[in-house]
Design a protein around this ligand. Sequence first.
Ligand SMILES: [Zn+2]
Length: 238
Amino acid sequence: MGKYIPKYPLIWQKDDFFIKIFTSIPNLATGILMTTKNDKFVIDPGDGILRYLTNEIGPKKILEINDIFISHGHHDHVGGLWSYLTYLSVMKKQKPLNIYYPKGCIEIISIHNAFQQVYSHELTYQIKLIEIDDPVTLMCNSLKIEPFKVKHSEITKEGIIEYIPSLGFKFIYDGKSICYGGDTAYCETLVEKSQGADLAIIEAGAEDEEETELHMTQKQAIEIGKTAKEYFLVHVPE
Ligand SMILES: [Zn+2]
């Protein structure tokens, strides 16, 4: 079987529950918009997210987004955050912005601190950092969110594998569910959460089909994806 390469954007919709994966390419960027009847959410604001959102919903509606979900701090998942936060202030967003992120995610804490240092004197809205550690269930209006820990790591310059704070999210709205695994090696929690979901978004980021502690192979990802009603493979190296 040849390697499957996703063609972005990937779009899924059931009634008022909609998700659009603008892109998800390792080392480049991920960027996702999810909407319910009355609300809009951003997942993993990688580089380019502002342009994608501007094209998709226009500047006015970007200001209505009040919740951002971060799976982990790698640059291809958070690289667009700085300009996104700045844009909201330039456009005079008023309502607070909630950023949900895995506890201990140094990138989000650092971006936030630096951002406050530079812009606090002119910031028109409040940024609320919501760190997630233990299993919790969150509600954003009628969207239910079940974050779960996944197994993602990086390699130090000495060649040592280090696990980093990483989450997947199960989003439930109007009786339908989307399971987004973020970046992860094969992980039981993801297997559990994907099972029976209306849509599972599963990374297949391994460079080749050898199993590693960094990413999943396509075979592993498909095996998990197939337990959901529908699935997308994402984060496939091109
Ligand atoms: Zn990553």
